[in-house]
Ligand binder design. Structure first.
Ligand code: FE2
Length: 236
């Protein structure tokens, strides 16, 4: 009798503990809505409407899958989480894949423009603090794009040392540097250029750079530097 009561108590408290745990870790992230990039579709030089429309369709699927995975995480079994295999691990992996898939595409589309302008002097001067010249920066960015697999070439500001780097992300979530904020994002998945350029990634990179919005990059850098100043202030 006593043993039975203890078992019932453990069972109930176990359930309560699990409910408490779920309540504590439930993801409260807002549901993403895909943004509208149709203003770019037939307006870019060397990147066609068909290419951009199909690319945009892929982006919308990342947003939908992010929402789906995030929703499933709220009810996933946290107590069976396991590093070798578990539903919880799978959902966490796919959350990173689809979250970055959505965010990186947004940064990419938003640093393209149908109204190309030469890079502002303020941006060139900022880049030349960390690269020998603007052309050296571009050469490194092009090489980073060529070296990336199905993934991304990203210019980012590293909060650790206050420097700007070009780095590779393979897929959406492999080799992502910590504490680094992207200020320019170039998609190097073949789906970004296969329709227009086949496997000629070099030609696509040239087209990307002919449509890059350098003012967006400068604005992102300014916001990043403001955030960096706040971080420094908070650690004084
Ligand atoms: Fe893409």
């Amino acid at each position: 009798m006593l043993l039975g009561l203890i078992l019932v108590f453990c069972f109930m408290t176990g359930d309560m503990a699990m409910a408490d745990l779920k309540e504590k870790i439930s993801t409260k992230a807002a549901v993403f809505e895909a943004k509208d990039y149709s203003y770019l579709f037939d307006k870019l030089e060397g990147i066609t409407e068909n290419q951009l429309k199909q690319h945009n369709d892929l982006y919308e699927k990342y947003v939908a899958k992010y929402n789906e995975v995030n929703g499933k995480l709220t009810n996933a079994d946290v107590l069976s989480a396991n590093q070798n295999y578990s539903e919880y691990r799978s959902l966490k992996v796919e959350l990173a894949h689809n979250l970055n898939g959505a965010v990186l595409h947004e940064l990419y589309f938003e640093n393209l423009t149908p109204d190309y302008k030469e890079p502002p002097q303020e941006l060139i001067e900022a880049i030349e603090q960390d690269f020998a010249s603007w052309n050296d920066y571009l050469e490194d960015l092009r090489a980073t794009g060529m070296a990336s697999r199905a993934g991304w070439a990203v210019t980012g500001y590293n909060y650790r040392d206050g420097k700007i780097y070009n780095f590779i992300i393979d897929q959406h979530n492999i080799h992502v540097p910590a504490f680094t904020r992207p200020i320019l994002v170039m998609d190097t998945w073949e789906h970004a250029f296969m329709i227009d350029y086949g496997t000629d990634k070099k030609a696509y990179i040239k087209a990307f750079l002919a449509n890059t919005d350098w003012n967006v990059m400068l604005e992102r850098l300014k916001v990043t530097l403001e955030t960096d100043a706040l971080l420094e202030k908070s650690t004084d």
